[in-house]
Design a protein around this ligand. Structure first.
Ligand SMILES: [Zn+2]
Length: 382
């Protein structure tokens, strides 16, 4: 915990707010008690942790270090104090009578109110949805901040994203983002420009920001490009893997897809490059990127005559959450807009898409991979 009572003066001491030399002195000579259980506690600090007070190992106090309550409490205080230091109008745990809700913080930010919820434990998604909708009804923007203890990193730019996380995805500055806070390191971790190919993990542009004196709350929202953040190499790597890897043990979704291709005399290594286009809204789709895009091209796009209207009903519908109410993900539009940029379709005045030219089916793997490279170069230039 961040605060304890100094047993000689009776005053509350907030350890991490003190200069380093003072913290060092108090670690040696100070004597403190816990404001909750009144047992003695001791000061702890180090280069990789926020200076705080800890109970002795045998303590049964529920504020005891390491507990979820403690983690949440520390995070809440650190965020609150940092916002205060920046001069924001911010209230800690205000009770909102009309909503009968108590957000961790209520912040006045860019002419509106923002309710900050610091969520360190898994709660049912219906609770996240309920609280989100309630805030929105009152014109308050919810900002869900997830405890870094719930961050499941699977690589430099890979995250495991469960439904619990999905309900806390925000859409800020044209990108999907998750916000994490680590109270032990006093750092924010933003996962921006999230994108997925429908496989196990989600790609993200991860940024760690130490909440020091040069940190500003506004930095969290960054800026991002209109297409999902990805490099040519990671995208090409994905395409090449889809063409070259045949794993005998695979999901039923993949097996059904292979059967689908087989019935049409096609091989998985020779699907059109345009059936592996990354989209922001893929994150919210139940079906893998290459599966629904190739089914669309093979069964809908290719049989449609030139200049005729393209049907989009086979494109899967996204999962959505109340946080994304104003920006409901629209994979059909996102995909066809990109196909328009590539001159395969043209959007009519009636908002339907009309076919302009055929999408090519490569004859061999060499041709396929050459087409992949050309597509990636073309799309990343846009
Ligand atoms: Zn205690």
């Amino acid at each position: 915990m961040l605060r304890a009572i100094d047993s000689s003066s009776g005053e509350i001491v907030i350890l991490h707010a003190l200069p380093l030399s003072e913290i060092k002195r108090l670690k040696r000579t100070g004597s403190f008690i816990c404001p909750k259980c009144h047992e003695p506690v001791y000061a702890r600090s180090g280069s990789r942790m926020v200076a705080h007070f800890a109970h002795h190992p045998k303590s049964r106090c529920n504020e005891k270090n390491g507990g979820e309550g403690e983690y949440h409490e520390t995070g809440k205080w650190l965020i609150y104090e940092s916002l205060k230091r920046e001069g924001y109008q911010v209230l800690l745990e205000p009770y909102l009578k009309t909503l009968q809700q108590r957000p961790d913080m209520l912040l006045h930010y860019q002419n509106t109110w923002m309710a900050i919820e610091f969520q360190c434990a898994r709660i049912p998604i219906r609770d996240i949805a309920y609280r989100t909708k309630n805030y929105q009804k009152k014109g308050i923007h919810p900002l869900w901040v997830i405890g870094a203890n719930q961050l499941k990193r699977k690589g430099r730019e890979l995250l495991q994203v469960s439904d619990f996380h999905k309900y806390m995805i925000h859409y800020h500055r044209q990108a999907y983002a998750l916000y994490f806070f680590d109270p032990t390191l006093c750092s924010w971790i933003t996962a921006r420009s999230l994108w997925s190919n429908g496989e196990r993990y989600v790609n993200a542009n991860l940024e760690i920001m130490k909440m020091n004196s040069s940190f500003r709350f506004i930095h969290l929202f960054g800026t991002s490009p209109a297409v999902p953040h990805l490099t040519a190499s990671s995208w090409l790597h994905y395409m090449t893997r889809q063409r070259r890897t045949y794993s005998p043990r695979t999901s039923s979704q993949e097996l059904q897809w292979r059967q689908f291709l087989y019935l049409r005399n096609l091989h998985f290594s020779l699907i059109p490059s345009e059936s592996m286009i990354p989209l922001k809204s893929q994150l919210f789709l139940p079906s893998r990127l290459k599966i629904w895009q190739s089914r669309f091209i093979i069964d809908v796009f290719s049989p449609t005559p030139i200049h005729q209207k393209i049907q989009t009903s086979t494109i899967p519908t996204p999962f959505t959450s109340p946080l994304l109410d104003h920006v409901t993900p629209n994979p059909a539009e996102e995909y066809l807009d990109l196909l328009e940029k590539l001159n395969f379709v043209k959007k009519g005045k009636d908002n339907h898409y009309y076919k302009l030219k055929e999408i090519a089916y490569p004859k061999g793997r060499e041709e396929a991979e050459k087409r992949d490279r050309a597509l990636v170069t073309q799309l990343l230039k846009m």
